[in-house]
Design a protein. Structure first.
Length: 404
């Protein structure tokens, strides 16, 4: 299948190109630049007034197969699952379905005995709701290493560790993974050639993670404003940060009702997810401006910030996010924190592709996957335009069209 996008503004994952032509052949980008569409193309897409983006990447979600379908409809072509029972074989089957986003996964996260997130699912049941007993739980360095081995054998693409004592969740006193067990697990992950992701939401656990060798901090510390010492510790560690501001906003009592009501969104969401978007968690009391300032300080210090949502299962203990749509909301919040629209788009395309080692995507360039999103308007100047989706292609196959 050969597709030519003509007269289209291109954000190639790094920079903005003036209206030009992009040729797709056999699922890959073949050419980008000022040339006339060659004879014999199967389809020509007029991009006048539109912008072509690389497929978006959600760097923090917890997805079931149906969530990957929703994500793709909203321009998210790759989902980085940050904790769930799926195996590599499961994820391969899910991603092979027509109309599904691609997915990578950590397997279940390693936590302390009876630690987070086991408390979220106690007494709950239903599709996608995990059994708390299935989470890898340990308090010893030796067992932490064994759990890493088990997860890697089961096909984990990277490892996730939980450092959560419950303060900002409204559940203080949760068991915390001991530091020696945490460091042993991170070290074991690195020995296996895997990235180590760390869930942490307080300044103290962020400091532990940075000192313990984490490759990434999932979430943002919100128990206090940032200071130079903490920001420098993270910057020096080389870790990237996926702040999940959409979740922070929910923790602080603000629902995403305006997102749920957006007509570009409402027709693409199951009612249960629209309800979840409009449900604030309200577990912590602090100014949201402090969170925005923390992200701005990290960014200014050279810490790479990625777009992630923590969209999970639509149960009462979650709220404020939904698969797919919250990627767009997160980009808008990053702009509110001071990033330019172009840099917010990079945080959902080329930056996560590079940090996760996904060398075949995240940019629009010859030889890369034709994971593409066509939007009306120009999100490189007005980030909200990213939701005005005219079409989505995964691997050169059209998955969604606004005119279909």
């Amino acid at each position: 299948m050969r597709i030519a996008f003509t007269h289209v503004r291109v954000f190639d994952g790094e920079q903005v190109l003036a209206p030009t032509t992009v040729l797709v052949e056999d699922g890959l980008v073949a050419r980008v630049g000022g040339f006339a569409p060659p004879a014999g193309v199967d389809r020509t897409v007029d991009g006048t007034g539109k912008t072509l983006l690389p497929g978006l990447i959600d760097s923090h979600a917890h997805a079931q197969p149906e969530d990957l379908t929703t994500a793709l409809r909203l321009g998210v072509t790759t989902v980085m699952d940050m904790g769930g029972p799926s195996t590599a074989e499961d994820r391969a089957v899910w991603a092979a379905r027509p109309g599904s986003a691609d997915v990578r996964g950590a397997g279940q996260p390693i936590t302390a005995p009876h630690g987070h997130p086991t408390q979220l699912f106690a007494g709950l049941s239903g599709p996608g709701v995990p059994d708390p007993a299935t989470f890898p739980q340990t308090s010893s360095p030796e067992q932490a290493r064994s759990l890493v081995d088990r997860l890697v054998t089961g096909g984990s693409d990277y490892l996730k560790f939980i450092l959560e004592e419950g303060t900002v969740l409204g559940a203080p006193g949760l068991p915390l993974l001991p530091h020696d067990a945490y460091v042993a697990g991170v070290t074991a992950a690195h020995e296996q050639g895997k990235l180590a992701m760390t869930h942490a939401q307080t300044a103290e656990t962020w400091t532990r993670a940075a000192r313990g060798g984490t490759d990434a901090l999932m979430h943002l510390f919100i128990d206090r404003p940032h200071d130079d010492r903490l920001v420098e510790a993270v910057a020096s560690s080389g870790a990237f940060v996926t702040p999940c501001l959409v979740l922070v906003r929910s923790f602080l009592g603000t629902a995403a009702t305006e997102v749920a009501a957006d007509p570009r969104v409402s027709g693409k969401l199951d009612p249960v997810w629209a309800e979840a978007l409009a449900r604030p968690l309200s577990t912590w009391d602090a100014p949201f401006d402090d969170a925005l300032a923390s992200v701005a300080a990290l960014d200014a210090a050279g810490v790479e910030v990625l777009v992630g949502t923590d969209a999970s299962v639509a149960v009462p203990t979650t709220g404020g996010q939904a698969h797919g749509v919250s990627v767009h909301h997160e980009m808008a919040l990053l702009v509110e924190a001071g990033l330019s629209p172009v840099r917010a788009l990079r945080a959902a395309t080329s930056v996560p592709a590079r940090r996760f080692g996904l060398d075949d995507r995240g940019r629009i360039a010859p030889g890369l996957r034709a994971d593409l999103v066509l939007v009306d308007g120009d999100p490189t100047t007005v980030i909200d335009d990213s939701l005005s989706i005219a079409g989505v292609w995964r691997g050169g196959r059209e998955s969604f069209s606004a005119t279909a």
